[in-house]
Design a protein around this ligand. Structure first.
Ligand SMILES: [Zn+2]
Length: 311
């Protein structure tokens, strides 16, 4: 039997770079605190747009080598965050980036969007039963912004959490295990609007500025149940991790842009919505630790029971 760290966090993402943008501070913090941080990325991001002109040849309509290149970017990002356990769903290259919603790439047989849900979930069940995470982080049902791979990552993560707990499902993948808490990534509207206001006020190098509608996972502030605030060190690690994804992201101080050239805030505070399990915070208060209430240290009896959110 393998000994596991006491606290274990699993994150499920669609493409290399999503983890650093959404959860870089959170991953850096829990890795530094000695938790096991496991990242499962579902595709290699083969259909991403390439920002640096001298790497344009990597693009899918030219050499089609962006996927393997991004494996290296992800590895560098994980070094920046101090995360050592990162994997691709079903192994690198098992599922291909599906491209934007409606693109012909959606229909390729190996596109993640075409994956059989239970087959894809079974790959994740194996990981869940191996690392036995108390906390799972993934996207909301719209994947934050409607990208097919983000929607599919949400579906696979939620289905795998359900199947992993069923003793009758694939006993060959290990003993049944129920994840204590599941969170969806989110961005409270007031933070997004404040960040965009700072960007408008600051000097910056971007051709344009995003609107709140361009930022994924924006929710009313009241929907946020957990907030992880980055120290200087964790914010620096997140920034370095985002810079490691240099085919996809341009970072300028506390701001960044994707290939659409629209500047947006690089958030040093990350937010979550608890959708399964007990909150470790007093009723009405936000948690400041995703493990609150699951590791024997927090006040489970004071936490409100969060019911499974129906899709
Ligand atoms: Zn993505």
């Amino acid at each position: 039997m393998t000994l596991l760290p006491a606290r274990r966090l699993l994150l499920v993402h669609a493409h290399p770079d999503d983890e650093s943008i959404n959860n870089g501070v959170t991953m850096a913090r829990y890795a530094a605190e000695g938790a096991l941080v496991t990242l499962v990325t579902c595709t290699l991001g083969e259909e991403g747009e390439v920002i640096p002109a001298d790497l344009a040849h990597l693009a899918p309509d030219r050499d089609d080598t962006l996927g393997p290149h991004r494996v290296g970017e992800l590895a560098a990002a994980m070094r920046a965050l101090g995360v050592t356990d990162h994997r691709f769903l079903g192994g690198a290259g098992r599922y291909r980036d599906s491209g934007m919603m409606g693109a012909p790439q959606n229909d390729r047989p190996n596109a993640f969007w075409q994956a059989d849900l239970d087959e894809a979930a079974a790959h994740l069940v194996a990981v869940i039963r191996e690392v036995r995470p108390q906390v799972l982080v993934t996207y909301d049902p719209n994947g934050g912004y409607g990208h097919p791979d983000h929607i599919q990552a949400h579906r696979v993560a939620m289905r795998a959490a359900e199947l992993a707990a069923q003793a009758g499902f694939r006993p060959d993948l290990g003993p049944a295990y129920a994840i204590g808490k599941i969170y969806w990534n989110c961005n409270p509207r007031s933070d997004v609007e404040d960040g965009l206001a700072r960007l408008h006020a600051a000097g910056h190098a971007f051709p344009g500025i995003a609107s709140a509608d361009d930022v994924p996972g924006v929710v009313p502030d009241a929907d946020v149940t957990a907030t992880i605030t980055g120290s200087e060190a964790y914010t620096a690690a997140k920034t370095e991790a985002m810079r490691a994804h240099y085919t996809q992201i341009v970072v300028d101080g506390p701001f960044f842009a994707l290939s659409n050239d629209l500047g947006q805030p690089l958030f040093r505070t990350e937010h979550y919505q608890l959708v399964h399990g007990f909150s470790g915070a007093a009723e009405g208060a936000r948690e400041d630790d995703l493990f609150a209430g699951v590791d024997g240290t927090a006040t489970r009896e004071h936490g409100a029971r969060i019911e499974e959110v129906a899709e």
